[in-house]
Write a protein that binds this ligand. Structure first.
Ligand code: SAM
Length: 312
């Protein structure tokens, strides 16, 4: 079983650095990391961050992004997963204000992936937030992208070409279709199988999709803001090498625990291939509304299964 190294060495397989990511980045040779994937602090006053002025926050991010670009392989990708920063009730999308930093370094944006989930705060003065984004950039046009390992089932696998030379043949790829750039993946809330003490984990399955598509076996995956170790877990699961930095000791301990469980095959995660949970289909009694008694309720109309196609 590989050991968990405390410092970066190119011949290691797993690195968990306790400290500022700037110091880890300085240990890494240039052009050597295939995928840098992370969710940085959002500057919203979580237990692991101090709220800064937005300019100060962006300066800190710019410095770290610059150091990440130095270590990124020419075939490599950077995925920066962010949500919103809220200032006096005004929503500031972090991806919008971080984008110019990447663009100024001539990185090429490949996708702005929408990560949609169902659970979160219920807002009363605006629509409840139910997505965050992943900004995906590459350093060059010669970048690794493997579509086959991340294909998802076709909606209409029985569909055939109806004219032209291939009329009558199945039109879809038998391995499945491209998952698109809107990903519906449950977020890690209290009842999620992956939940630890860390307040802001992303789910392993979200990162597995990036690891599988943007790296090959043996490549390095780096997370400068490692938190509970999710990115390294996703890397190990698919025979990649994983490195990360984290400043808070209790999260370092959680990362170690999860990585060891992953190595011995006991870490419980939500599988990448599991379909969305549908409480109605699962026959849960809480799906019956206590407020609906008659046939004239708007909510009842929304729930009706037998609406005509026009109504849908
Ligand atoms: C949004 S969380 C990342 C959570 C992670 N994606 C996971 O799934 O557990 C950001 C993490 O970055 C850590 N952090 C903040 N500044 C850091 C720095 N300069 N270097 C390393 N880690 C840092 C915080 O302690 C926090 O755990």
């Amino acid at each position: 079983m590989p050991d968990i190294s405390k410092h970066f060495e190119p011949d290691k397989e797993i690195v968990v650095f306790h400290g500022n990511c700037i110091n880890l980045l300085e240990q890494i040779p240039g052009d050597s990391i295939k995928l840098i994937v992370t969710s940085p602090p959002y500057n919203i006053g979580k237990e692991y961050e101090k709220r800064l002025s937005i300019d100060h926050y962006l300066q800190d991010q710019a410095l770290i992004i610059e150091k990440c670009i130095r270590v990124l392989s020419p075939q490599g990708s950077i995925c920066w997963q962010v949500g919103n920063y809220i200032e006096k009730g005004s929503v500031i999308p972090l991806d919008a204000i971080l984008y110019p930093i990447f663009a100024d370094h001539n990185l090429i944006m490949r996708n702005r992936i929408i990560w949609h989930y169902e659970h979160g705060l219920h807002c009363s003065n605006r629509f409840s937030g139910r997505y965050e984004t992943i900004l995906w950039f590459t350093k060059t046009n010669d970048y690794t992208f493997n579509l086959d390992p991340i294909r998802v089932p076709q909606k209409y696998p029985g569909k055939k070409y109806f004219r032209g030379k291939r009329a009558g043949e199945y039109s879809g790829n038998p391995l499945g279709k491209n998952p698109g750039n809107i990903w519906h993946v449950p977020n890690v809330k209290s009842n999620h199988v992956e939940k630890t003490e860390h307040p802001c984990q992303y789910p392993v399955e979200l990162i597995e999709r990036l690891v599988l598509s943007m790296t090959n076996e043996g490549d390095w995956v780096l997370d400068p803001f490692l938190g509970a170790g999710t990115s390294v877990v996703a890397a190990i699961r698919h025979s990649r090498r994983g490195a990360g930095a984290e400043t808070v000791k209790k999260y370092i301990d959680i990362s170690h625990d999860r990585i060891r469980q992953e190595l011995n095959g006991t870490l419980r995660t939500r599988p990448m291939t599991r379909p969305q949970y549908d409480p109605k289909q699962s026959g849960k009694k809480l799906t019956t509304s206590p407020w609906i008694s008659g046939n004239n309720s708007d909510q009842l109309d929304l729930l009706k299964e037998n609406r005509t196609t026009d109504e849908k």
